[in-house]
Design a protein around this ligand. Structure first.
Ligand SMILES: Nc1ncnc2c1ncn2[C@@H]1O[C@H](COP(=O)(O)OP(=O)(O)O)[C@@H](O)[C@H]1O
Ligand SMILES: Cc1cn([C@H]2C[C@H](O)[C@@H](COP(=O)(O)OP(=O)(O)O)O2)c(=O)[nH]c1=O
Length: 191
C-alpha cells in the first residue's frame, strides 16, 4: 500500500511518520523531494529556490518523483510505503506558484508515477497561528520564504485536489495534540 502524508511545512508530517516507524519497523518510510540519490541532488537545487523558470522547478520535482517511484515505491508495492510528501505537494505548490492548469498537472504527475497514484492520503491542515508559531522556530528554506499566505494557499489547493481526484483520504487537524493525531492515524490505517 502506497500512502502519502501531505501538508504544508511544519504541519506535523515527519513527527507522525517517526511515531509510526518506531511502532511498525516493517513500514517503509520515505520522502519527496530527496528520497533517492538523484533526488538529494535535485532537492539541493529546489530548496535554494534558485531556478528562474517555474516550469523548470516543476519538471525537476517531477523527475525526483519519477525516480522515487521507480526506486522506492514500485519495488515495495507488497509492503506499506509511507511517503512524507508526494504528488499532492507537487500540484498544490505548483498551483500556488504559477499559472499552471490542474488537469495538466495531474497528467504530468500520472506520467511521472506511471499511472500509480497513492492508495491513501493523510492531509494535515494547519492554520496561520500555528504556522507562524512553528515556522518561527526554524530556518526557512527558499520555498518557505515565499511566505505564510503562500503556504496557506498551497494547503487549500492540496485539499481541493484530493477531493477532486477522489483518492481515499483522512484530513487531520494539525493543531491537535501529537498523541491524538497518532491515534487518529492508527484508527484510519487500522494498524
Ligand atoms: N501535534 C503537534 N503539536 C505541537 N507541535 C507539533 C505537533 N506536531 C509537530 N509539532 C512540532 O512542530 C514542528 C514541525 O513538525 P514536523 O513534524 O517537522 O512538521 P513537517 O514534517 O510537516 O514539516 C516540530 O518542532 C514538531 O515537534
Ligand atoms: C514534493 C514537493 C515539495 N515541494 C516543496 C514543499 C517544501 O517547501 C519543500 C520540501 O521541503 P521539506 O523540508 O521536505 O518539507 P517540510 O518542510 O514539510 O519538511 O518543497 C514542492 O514545492 N513541490 C513538490 O512536488
Amino acid at each position: 500500500m502506497y500512502i502519502l502524508f501531505e501538508g504544508i511545512d511544519t504541519c506535523g508530517k515527519s513527527t507522525q511518520i517517526e511515531l509510526l516507524a518506531q511502532k511498525y519497523p516493517d513500514i517503509i518510510t520515505t520522502h519527496e523531494p530527496g528520497g533517492t540519490a538523484f533526488g538529494q541532488k535535485a532537492r539541493e537545487i529546489l530548496l535554494s529556490d534558485s531556478l528562474r523558470s517555474k516550469r523548470a522547478e516543476l519538471l525537476l520535482f517531477l523527475a525526483d518523483r519519477a525516480e522515487h517511484y521507480e526506486e522506492v515505491v514500485a519495488p515495495n508495492r507488497d509492503k506499506i510505503v509511507i511517503s512524507d510528501r508526494g504528488f499532492i505537494s507537487g500540484i498544490g505548490y505548483a498551483l500556488a506558484n504559477g499559472d499552471f492548469d490542474f488537469d495538466e498537472l495531474v497528467a504530468l504527475n500520472r506520467f511521472a508515477l506511471k499511472g500509480h497514484f497513492p492508495d491513501r492520503i493523510i492531509l494535515f491542515l494547519t492554520n496561520m497561528e500555528t504556522l507562524q508559531e512553528r515556522t518561527s522556530q526554524k530556518e526557512l528554506d527558499g520555498i518557505e520564504l515565499r511566505g505564510l499566505e503562500y503556504l496557506l494557499r498551497v494547503q487549500e489547493h492540496m485539499k481541493e485536489s484530493i477531493l477532486k481526484l477522489g483518492i481515499p483520504h483522512l484530513f487531520i487537524d494539525a493543531t491537535d495534540s501529537i498523541e491524538n493525531i497518532h491515534q487518529s492515524i492508527l484508527t484510519y490505517l487500522k494498524v
